[in-house]
Ligand binder design. Structure first.
Ligand code: PHE
Ligand code: NA
Length: 446
C-alpha cells in the first residue's frame, strides 16, 4: 500500500501545498473582521500566542499521524490505534473531522463566491470612482440577492470539486508553486502603500497596543478557534496531506515555515485593511463584510486601482481555492475508504456541501430573521461553532492521540527529527497544548 501512494515531488512542494491549505479566507477575510469585532491588539496577541502554543504543535501532530499512517485519516487512525493496542474508536476522530470540514466548506464556498462577484465587478471597473458609501451599499445589495450568491457559490464549488476529483497531488502542486508567492507580493505592495496613508499610524496602534483589561473568556476562545482555523488544524484535513509527505523531510521545520507564512499573510492583510478603515473613518467591527468593503475603497485610491483590485481578488480566489480543495479532501478520502470511487465520492460531497451552503446564502435574505442558537442566523452559526468548538475539540483529540497513544518509535520516525527535538515537541503537546485547549474550551463554554 505504501508504494502506491503518490508523494509530493519535493520539500518545497509539500510546504507550498500545506501553505496553500492554510492561507485563505482565514487570513484575509476572517482574521481582519474577527480582530475588528474583538477590539484589535489583544485579540492579535492571543491569536499569535495560540498559534505558537497550540496551532503549531498540533499541526505537527496532525501531519505526523497522516505521515505515519500513509493513508486517509480514518484508516490512518484505525491502523495506528491497532498498532498501539488502543481502541478502534479512534477512527471516529477522522469522521468527526470530516463533519467539521463539511460545515466549514459550506460557508467557505459561499464567501469565496463573494470574491468571484467582486473579481468580476473589479475587472469591469465597477469600483472606479465609487464612494465608500456606494461600495458598502453595493455589497448589501449583493447579499440581498440570493440568485447571484447561489450562482457564485455553485461556480466555486464546481471549481473545487474538479480538482478534487482529479486527485490531490497532481492537481495542486503546479498551482501552488506559482500562486502563493504572487499573493504574498501583492499583499506586501498593499501594506507598503498603506504606510503612505494617514490611517497607517492608528492602524498600527490599534493592532499592536493591547488593552489587557478587555480580556474575556469569549475573546480567548475565539482567538483559539481562529488559530486552529487559520492553520487548517483540527479537522484531519492536513492529516490527509501528511500521507503524501516525502520521507526525508523534517516535519517540524516544514510546519514552522507554514505557520510563519500564515501569520505574516494575516498581518499584511490586517495592516492594509485597518489602515483603510482608519483613513476612511469606518467601523473596525463592521463584521463579515469588512474586507469586501474596505479593500475596494483602499484600492480605489491607488493609480491603476481597478487593475490592482482585479489582481487581488483573482489571487484571493486562487488562495481560497487551494484551501477549499484541502477542506474537501478528508470527506472524499473518508467515502473512498468505504469503497466508493473517487468521482462518485466527490459528487456526493459536492451535493451535500452545496445544499448546506444554501442555508448560508439565504441567511442574508429570506432566512435573515430565522435564528438558530441565541440570535444567530445560520451563517453566523456555521461560521462560529465549527471553528470555535469543533476544531479545538478535534485538535485536542489529535494531540492526545499523537502524544499519548501513538507508539513512540512510529511517532519519532514520522516527525523526522532527533530524540531531543522529539521530546521537546511531546512535552509541549502533553503539558501545554492539551491542558490549554481544555481550559479555554471549558472556560468559554461554561
Ligand atoms: N486555513 C484555511 C483558511 O485560513 C481554512 C481551513 C480550515 C482549511 C480548516 C482547511 C481546514 O482559510
Ligand atoms: Na489561514
Amino acid at each position: 500500500m505504501n508504494e502506491t501512494l503518490e508523494r509530493w515531488s519535493s520539500r518545497r512542494a509539500f510546504i507550498l501545498a500545506v501553505t496553500g491549505a492554510a492561507v485563505g479566507l482565514g487570513n484575509i477575510w476572517r482574521f481582519p473582521y474577527i480582530t475588528g469585532e474583538n477590539g484589535g491588539a489583544l485579540f492579535l496577541l492571543l491569536y499569535v500566542a495560540f498559534v505558537l502554543l497550540l496551532g503549531l504543535p498540533v499541526m505537527i501532530a496532525e501531519i505526523m499521524i497522516g505521515r505515519a499512517g500513509r493513508r486517509g485519516p480514518v484508516q490512518a487512525l484505525r491502523h495506528l490505534a491497532a498498532e498501539a493496542g488502543a481502541s478502534r474508536h479512534w477512527r471516529w476522530l477522522g469522521v468527526f473531522g470530516a463533519f467539521t470540514v463539511f460545515c466549514i466548506l459550506s460557508f467557505y464556498s459561499v464567501v469565496s463566491g463573494w470574491s468571484i462577484e467582486f473579481l468580476v465587478t473589479a475587472v469591469n471597473g465597477g469600483f472606479v470612482g465609487a464612494s465608500p458609501d456606494e461600495i458598502g451599499a453595493g455589497f448589501e445589495a449583493f447579499l440581498a440577492d440570493p440568485a447571484r450568491m447561489t450562482f457564485n457559490h455553485t461556480l466555486f464549488l464546481l471549481m473545487t470539486l474538479l480538482v478534487v476529483a482529479a486527485g490531490v497531488a497532481k492537481g495542486l502542486e503546479k498551482l501552488n508553486n506559482l500562486l502563493m508567492p504572487l499573493l504574498y507580493l501583492l499583499l506586501l505592495v498593499l501594506a507598503v502603500h498603506a504606510a503612505t496613508t494617514e490611517g497607517f499610524g492608528p492602524a498600527l496602534a490599534w493592532l499592536f497596543l493591547p488593552d489587557l483589561s478587555a480580556l474575556r473568556p469569549m475573546v480567548v476562545m475565539q482567538a483559539m478557534g481562529h488559530a486552529f482555523f487559520t492553520l487548517a488544524v483540527g479537522a484531519c484535513a492536513l492529516m490527509a496531506y501528511g500521507a503524501y509527505m516525502p520521507d526525508q523531510q523534517s516535519l517540524p521545520k516544514a510546519a514552522g515555515a507554514v505557520a510563519l507564512l500564515d501569520v505574516t499573510v494575516a498581518l499584511l492583510a490586517g495592516i492594509a485593511i485597518f489602515s483603510a478603515v482608519f483613513a476612511q473613518g469606518l467601523d473596525p467591527a463592521e463584521g463579515p463584510g469588512l474586507m469586501f468593503v474596505t479593500l475596494p475603497i483602499a484600492f480605489a485610491e491607488l493609480p491603476w486601482g481597478a487593475l490592482w483590485l482585479s489582481l487581488f481578488f483573482l489571487l484571493l480566489l486562487l488562495a481560497t481555492w487551494t484551501s477549499s480543495i484541502n477542506l474537501a479532501e478528508p470527506m472524499v478520502a473518508t467515502l473512498q475508504a468505504r469503497g466508493l470511487k473517487r468521482g462518485r465520492a466527490t459528487a456526493i460531497v459536492g451535493v451535500a456541501v452545496w445544499l448546506l451552503g444554501l442555508l448560508s446564502v439565504f441567511s442574508f435574505s429570506s432566512l435573515a430573521e430565522v435564528t438558530w442558537v441565541g440570535d444567530m442566523t445560520f451563517f453566523a452559526l456555521v461560521t462560529t461553532v465549527p471553528t470555535e468548538i469543533f476544531l479545538p475539540v478535534g485538535g485536542l483529540m489529535i494531540a492526545i492521540f499523537a502524544a499519548w497513544i501513538m507508539p513512540e518509535t512510529l511517532a519519532r520516525e514520522a516527525l523526522g527529527i532527533g530524540p531531543k527535538g522529539f521530546r521537546l515537541w511531546r512535552t509541549v503537546v502533553r503539558w501545554v497544548s492539551i491542558p490549554l485547549t481544555l481550559v479555554v474550551l471549558v472556560a468559554g463554554l461554561f
